[in-house]
Design a protein around this ligand. Structure first.
Ligand code: C5P
Length: 231
């Protein structure tokens, strides 16, 4: 009989860190998709649009102009957590303010560290916004760019606004969406654009169930591509 060397006990493998970056224009369905991905993979979720919305709201409440870069940067640096849950956060007037403040480079710089810290959590995270795949988490292993035609997005937003008692008409909502798209894509600081390695998910003709199923399939595809590359 020989003395066999004791085998090392199998170590439990920690779940791999997974960061999912979800970007796209207003009312594309990116929030719904990102939340569903967070649930599916058991990850914490951050809606980064709320940070810009809270900054815009802080200025509006203080009677300041969202176009004032110094005031906007100060508001972003001293964000009151309660504003992230304010009833007016998601209103049309505040969407516009958020889109204006988000074009100031100093506002983006003030909000960068907290978004990157969220993405750096031990197990990973899901973040949605406009520049997650390009600026906040450029090394994320899974990136989605969620979009839909402006008319479809405006129809969705119109329905949401109507349900919340806001009676503005479809043409007005479409004009708001187009103006926000132009500002978000045309700014020089972290413009809205699809990262070169992001998968495109067009939700124009998909309902929520189909969009989420497709999103999970795209994430799985990205992860299996990485495993093959490593393996
Ligand atoms: O995503 P949501 O529509 O709530 O974002 C509100 C506004 O905040 C956007 O129109 C955009 O101007 C800005 N934003 C941004 N970068 C992000 C998230 C939102 O510039 N990562």
């Amino acid at each position: 009989m020989t003395d066999a060397a004791p085998r090392p006990a199998a170590q439990p493998q920690p779940a791999p860190r997974l960061v999912i970056a979800v970007d796209g224009p207003a009312a594309s369905g990116k929030g719904t998709v990102a939340k569903a991905l967070a649930r599916h993979y058991g990850l914490p979720y951050l809606d980064t649009g709320k940070l810009y919305r809270a900054t815009g709201l802080a200025l509006r409440l203080a009677g300041r102009d969202p176009g004032d870069a110094a005031a906007a940067a100060h508001a972003a640096e001293h964000l009151e957590p309660a504003l992230l849950d304010a009833p007016d956060l998601m209103s049309a007037a505040n969407s516009e303010a958020a889109s204006i403040v988000s074009a100031h480079p100093a506002v983006r710089a003030a909000l960068l560290a907290r978004q990157q810290a969220f993405a750096a959590q031990a197990g990973g995270a899901v973040l949605d916004g406009r520049d997650i795949g390009t600026v906040i988490a450029p090394d994320a292993p899974a990136k989605l760019f969620v979009t839909a035609t402006p008319a479809v997005r405006a129809a969705r937003r119109h329905r949401e606004l109507a349900a919340s008692g806001d009676g503005r008409d479809f043409e007005m909502v479409l004009a708001d969406i187009n103006a926000r798209d132009a500002r978000d894509s045309g700014r020089s600081a972290a413009p809205l654009r699809q990262a070169a390695d992001a998968a495109l998910l067009d939700t124009s003709e998909l309902d929520i169930v189909a969009a989420v199923a497709r999103a999970i399939a795209l994430v799985e595809q990205a992860l299996s591509g990485i495993r093959q590359h490593q393996g």
